[in-house]
Structures are given as C-alpha cells and as structure tokens.
Design a protein around this ligand. Structure first.
Ligand code: ADE
Ligand code: ZN
Length: 336
C-alpha cells in the first residue's frame, strides 16, 4: 500500500480546527445570498484568488470578513455539518473544534445562536457520520480581558456542552499574560485550557502559556524549537502540540514545507499531532496536511501512525473512549 493510501485509511482525531476557517467559498456565496449580505467578490474563483497571505494578520482580516455571512442557527449548523462531512471523508473519527464567539456577538449575533447551531451540527454529524466532537470557545487575543470575561459570562448556559477555552487571533503584541485571570477562572469552572502559542510569537509566549495559563494542550508551538530548555520541557511533560503544516506554509511561518519543524519535533520526542487549522483558506483538510508534509520531508509510516495515535492521546475524550480509539490506530498500523 502506498503511504497516501495508508494515510487515507488511518483513523485520526483533529484537534486544531477553527470552524469559521472551514467556510468554503461556495458556502460563503450561498449564505451571502440566503442572508442578503454583500460580499466584496463576484465569484468563487475571485474569493480563492484573494487567499494569498504574507502573515497571520493578512489572513485574519479576510477570515473575519468572510464570517459576516454567518447569521442564523441554520448557518452555523450547515457550516459545522459541511466540515464534518469533509473530515469524515478523511477518516477523521473525532474532532475538537474551535469557535470564535466574539466575531459573531460583536456583530449582534447572539451567543446562543452560534452555540446552538454548532451543537446541532455536531450532534447530527455523530448520528449520521459517526464522528464524535467537542467544542472549544476561543477568546480573541486582540480584544481585552474584559471582553473575554463578558464572553465567558454569555456562555454560561452552554458551559455543560463546551469542553474548554482557547486563545487565538493576532499573537504578536498579545502575550498569554494578558489572559492569565480569565484562564484561571476557566480552570476553576472545570474547563480545559488550550492556547495558540509560538505560531508567530516568540518562545517566551510558549513559556507564558505553560506557566500562566496552565494549558492542557498547545496550538502550533513551532517557535518552541528556538529554545533548547523549552524543547526539553515539552518533551518531558509530553505536552500535545497541534501542528498545522499547510497553515504554516500559507501564513509564511515556514518558507517551504521542506523546512517544516515536524521531523525535528518528532526526533526530539515531542508529542506532535497534525491538523488543518483553517482548511478552506489554507488549501487542504486533514489528509492533505499528512500527505503533503510526508512528501516534503519524507515521513515514514511509523511517524505518521505515531502522530495519529498522539491525536487520540492528546484529545479530551474520556479514558475508555480514548483507549478504544488508540487501539483502532494500533490495529490499523499492525495490519497496514
Ligand atoms: N492560525 C490561526 N492563528 C491564530 N488565530 C487564528 N484564528 C483562526 N486561525 C488562526
Ligand atoms: Zn489556529
């Protein structure tokens, strides 16, 4: 079996996926029409042509503009279901998806519309596709602490169906320390904690995410590789890193996939997973990330299997479910 075919059949969990970043141009047009929202493009091709980014902020400007077509519960349901259908085709068996409530509540869309729509899409995906999922509420780090507290307050009626909190948006200039108190509060409420760190920001932000936010998992973490002590710390603690190769390429975090740090991360014993981040904007879903990275850096079947196993180990599935999914990866690896 070729490595591509092996990757296609491998059971995987996706741990770093912004649901708003799975909005394909076709659905963007459909929702713009349905909701009578103007968008500054006249064709799907024109939208795709605009996806040429030189850094994170370039992308975020377009990503937040695209999200303006999302208005109703049905829109959020359709967005989620479209993602799960695409993920299921890549044999993603479990996904822990981020959403950015402030992007919507700041436009007047109530928190409940966003949450109910996404939760309905997640439930349907489990019923119809067998893909399980969890929801992670991300605070936008370019906004202030007060806005984050306000968002957590709005989320209260849904917190029994929200697994954890995350931190995303513009990293440089918005260090984890800015959100220490809201993460402390989330921890007291029993929520899991994750944060984007070391995507564009320096290794110090990674250390802050560990020391001040007490994260359970780290999103990206690329720039940890600049600090020897940090590499050793991440390896010793087996902190899960949700790495996103095609995102890193599109946002110029790496110049070429051949330069991607994943092989070195694996060599140093880091607990790496592969993920798609914002697949509609970055040109590939889960299997594209595995395949294109494997081709560029020459990953082995063992490395690929290791990362799929890591994805279930690093998930927030409960012990029994997690063990069962890990056993599936092992059985596939043994038979493949
Ligand atoms: N890659 C990324 N980094 C930070 N914030 C984001 N929001 C959506 N995608 C993101
Ligand atoms: Zn991300």
């Amino acid at each position: 079996m070729s490595l591509d075919a092996y990757i296609a059949g491998l059971p995987k969990a996706e741990l770093h996926l912004h649901i708003e970043g799975s909005l394909e141009p076709e659905l963007m047009f459909e929702l713009a029409r349905r909701n009578k929202v103007a968008i500054p493009f006249d064709s799907v091709e024109a939208v795709r042509a605009a996806y040429d980014f030189s850094n994170l902020q370039d992308f975020l400007d377009i990503y937040y503009a695209g999200a303006r077509v999302l208005l109703t519960e049905e829109d959020f349901h359709d967005l989620a279901l479209a993602y799960f259908r695409r993920a299921a085709a890549d044999n993603v068996r479990h996904a822990e998806i981020f959403f950015d409530p402030q992007t919507h509540t700041d436009r007047g869309v109530p928190f409940g519309v966003v949450a109910e729509g996404l939760l309905a899409g997640m439930k349907r995906a489990e019923r119809e596709l067998g893909v399980t999922s969890k929801l992670i509420l991300c605070f936008l780090r370019h906004l202030d602490e007060h806005a984050a507290f306000d968002t957590l307050h709005q989320a209260e009626p849904w917190l029994d169906r929200i697994e954890g909190v995350g931190l995303d948006s513009s990293e440089i200039g918005h260090p984890p320390s800015k959100f220490q108190r809201i993460f402390e509060r989330a921890g007291q409420m029993g929520l899991k904690r994750v944060a984007h760190a070391g995507e564009e920001g320096p290794p110090e932000y990674v250390s802050e995410a560990l020391d001040l936010l007490h994260i359970d998992r780290m999103d990206h973490g690329n720039r940890s590789m600049e600090d020897e002590a940090l590499i050793e710390r991440l390896a010793a603690s087996q902190m899960t890193l949700t790495v996103c190769p095609l995102s890193n390429l599109k946002l110029c975090v790496v110049k070429d996939l051949k330069d991607h740090p994943v092989p070195e991360m694996l060599r140093r014993g880091l607990h790496v997973t592969l993920n798609s981040d914002d697949p509609a904007y970055f040109g590939g879903y889960m299997n594209d990330n595995y395949r294109r990275l494997a081709e560029a850096v020459g990953l082995t079947r063992e490395q690929v299997t290791r990362m799929a196993k890591n994805s279930f180990e690093g998930s927030f599935l409960s012990g029994g479910e997690r063990a069962a999914r890990i056993a599936e990866v092992e059985a596939y690896g043994a038979g493949g």
